[in-house]
Design a protein around this ligand. Sequence first.
Ligand code: CA
Length: 251
Amino acid sequence: MTRLPNIFFLLTFLFFVSCGTSDEEEAIDEVEEVEEEPTKTDILYGDNFIVFEPEITKSDLGLWVKRVPGDPKYHVGTGIEAINKGYLEFTGNNLNTGPATSPLEYEFVCPKTAQYRLVMRMYQPLADDEEEDKRNDVYVRLEGDFTSGFVYTTETLETDHKFWGRGVRKWGSTIKLEAEVNGNDVLTRAVYNLKEGETYTFTMSGRAQGTSIDYILFYEFSLEASLGLTIENHTDIATELPENFRPNVVE
Ligand SMILES: [Ca+2]
């Protein structure tokens, strides 16, 4: 008859041990969540997009200059300010063109097999007398296991080509490549067939002096239809795409 109280004691003991373990697990989960807080040095991966600040490159900035508040050349603007209050301005070559200079590399892993379009938030620091087709382009190329998703050959997308757009004294975007297709000069979107889990190296080099890049975005091309996006000259991608398509914002 003395066994029953002993069993009761044992079960009670196990109950409290069990509760204790559960609390510890919750505490560990909380610590892990804190450690996973994003920083602006991260590439932000969505289900169907990849976005990052140009400043996160591990390459030497060369003739690219970081513009931040307090710099007299920092563009505040009237709309959405530069994300994370910073961007890179290319200071080499001239306002029209020049060789691919100061290459900046970015390595990312594709989150989902799909077609992705490249766009960048871009600003042209034009003087009053300068035409709107100046200070508006960079060179881009991509390395990795991919094929071209539109009219350009894969080889074209693997080598430096002009990537341009409009952001006339305000934040706009670079949205089109310029390259030959069957002997003709073609200016249209750059679309890449990327594979989930593959690592890609994206390279942006300076072309026209003054071209300023706030952030770089690859988004699944089908979103243009499903979200009803209009991506054309002068579009500010920060306002045209949903807010979560911007880089992590860190105060
Ligand atoms: Ca930025």
